[in-house]
Design a protein around this ligand. Structure first.
Ligand code: SAH
Length: 493
């Protein structure tokens, strides 16, 4: 067969026929990383059975008339059991349809393509496997990490970050030997255990290692530094696919930073004041600010690692304040009884607010969520009693204290989002009652109950917009040159 055939002429594709199953690799995300053959099979499909990791722009190539069957698995949840996937493929093929089984990356790399082939063989169904660019290849190319290199690595091993039973039992002594590249699929969540085992078996703890998330996609990001430092820095949680690459070739990536300079937030003293931020750093910052982070729904049973919480609070502590007054305090609520009491206070205030809303009361009550009960971490942020700091505060002393508190919460909010955690600021409570429940000193005023934790999914738009409660105003309605236009601007309330 020729290497490249025209993809538009059916005659040149004798293999593409009804009643067959095409097990097609969709590659790591973008549609232009599909093979021409994959594109061809996709465009002729009657039925497409696809996975979660198949990119949206690949799915956009599926013919409108084709039946789409989602067989995706969110980590830990099998949406469709493997046996049922086999049954669906066989059933549609027997009905004479062209069935494409579309899988992220390559079907035969941690993709259970082999099991599907066995099932089709057993059922006597004709099939074809169309290879795809596996995450290891895609991520390595995108992050500038050669998988092999004549001087640095003569072996490359693809490994599962966890085995079928959830454990990580691999041949650690062999994996800790030098001159090889290790690629862990489904491994980012287990990086602490993987790093611990590799280091315990003799791999130097500063061995270059990278986490590539959303490799080859617009949202790609790469964190590359020494293995031990990387394990400390790895975000606690995240729905995006990630790959862990370990080995000396990671040093060649433009993203690689020596372990001791890897994370400015962990080593503030080492961050030069005149640090010039790179375009990549700048882009990450704007991406973070643009990302939705206000959350009211949390993953039930989620948790935030102590180390992550420490990083978040350190970031909150960096908030600016007039005259260094640092007027805010955080109370971490760990006692379950206390949390329940706080949730009750919120419920009481919600009922009282509804009563004042008149004919919008029902609509308002329907917005209720249980973030205070369900989030992993509950913090109460409060204004400290005035300590008499005067500098720069002759006017608006309390207002400026509030501004500083808000800046601190915003720092926390952004840092939480960077850790892939959601946060919600609940202001619905009677301050005196909350201060009393928390035993705050006289003069302290609670300002917000902050719900923090892993979320199943971030919202696409502000919750109140989604719920049709209110629309945000555009920037142009809020910024005026010299104030001239402000008075005449007509803005809906
Ligand atoms: N058959 C797929 C792998 C399926 S296992 C392939 O060959 O790529 C799913 C794992 O692949 C994810 O947990 C993640 O580790 C990895 N993965 C898939 N796409 C990825 C991407 N774009 N970036 C980073 N990792 C990815």
């Amino acid at each position: 067969m020729n290497a490249v055939e025209p993809v538009t002429s059916p005659e040149s594709q004798p293999d593409s026929r009804p009643g067959m199953v095409y097990i097609v690799g969709a590659g790591p995300g973008p549609a232009d990383l599909l093979s021409l053959r994959a594109l061809d099979r996709l465009q002729r499909a009657d039925v497409v059975v696809h996975d979660r990791l198949v990119g949206d722009d690949v799915m956009a190539l599926v013919p409108a008339a084709a039946l789409r069957v989602y067989a995706g698995k969110a980590s830990g949840h099998h949406v469709m059991p493997q046996a049922q996937i086999h049954a669906v493929l066989i059933e549609h093929a027997r009905a004479g349809r062209r069935v494409v089984r579309l899988k992220g990356g390559d079907p035969h790399v941690f993709g259970r393509g082999g099991e599907e082939v066995q099932a089709l063989q057993a059922a006597g169904i004709a099939f074809e496997v169309v290879p795809g660019i596996s995450a290891a290849n895609g991520c390595a190319a995108a992050a500038g990490i050669p998988l092999t290199h004549r001087e640095l690595a003569n072996t490359c091993t693809f490994l599962p970050g966890h085995l079928a039973d959830g454990s990580v039992e691999l041949d650690w002594p062999a994996l800790a030997r030098p001159a090889q590249t290790l690629v862990f699929y489904m491994g980012v969540e287990r990086i602490a255990r993987i790093a611990e085992q590799l280091i315990a078996h003799g791999l130097p703890d500063n061995t270059p290692a990278a986490i590539v998330r959303d490799g080859t996609r617009d949202t790609e990001d790469v964190l590359a530094t020494g293995l031990a430092a990387l394990a400390r820095l790895a975000p606690a949680h995240g729905p995006r696919p990630g790959l862990l690459i370990v080995g000396q070739t990671v040093r060649l990536s433009p993203h690689y930073r020596q372990a001791d300079t890897a994370d400015p937030s962990l080593r503030a003293a080492a961050t030069p004041c005149a640090h010039h931020f790179s375009a990549t750093e700048r882009a990450s910052f704007y991406r973070l600010v643009d990302a939705r982070r206000d959350m009211r729904h949390f993953t039930v049973g989620g948790r935030v690692d102590d180390e992550v919480l420490q990083r978040l609070l350190t970031t909150a502590h960096r908030a600016p304040s007039v005259g260094l007054m640092q007027p805010w305090r955080y109370v971490r609520v760990v006692d379950a009884g206390l949390r329940a009491r706080i949730a009750t206070l919120v419920d009481q205030e919600r009922a009282a607010t509804a009563a004042e809303l008149g004919d919008r009361a029902d609509e308002f009550i329907r917005l209720k969520v249980d973030g205070v009960r369900e989030c992993a971490e509950l913090l109460v942020v409060a204004l400290a009693p005035d300590d008499g700091t005067v500098f720069g505060r002759r006017t608006m002393p309390r207002d400026m204290a509030l501004c500083s508190l808000a800046c601190s919460v915003q720092n926390l909010w952004l840092a939480a989002r960077a850790e892939n955690l959601g946060m919600g600021w609940v202001s619905m409570f009677e301050p005196a009652a909350l201060a009393k429940a928390l035993g705050m000193p006289a003069g302290a005023e609670p300002m917000g109950i902050l719900c923090l934790g892993p979320v199943d999914r971030f919202y696409d738009a502000p919750m109140l917009e989604i719920e049709g409660w209110r629309q945000g105003r555009p920037l142009s309605a809020m910024v005026f040159t010299d104030g001239a236009a402000w008075a005449s601007a007509t803005i809906a309330p």
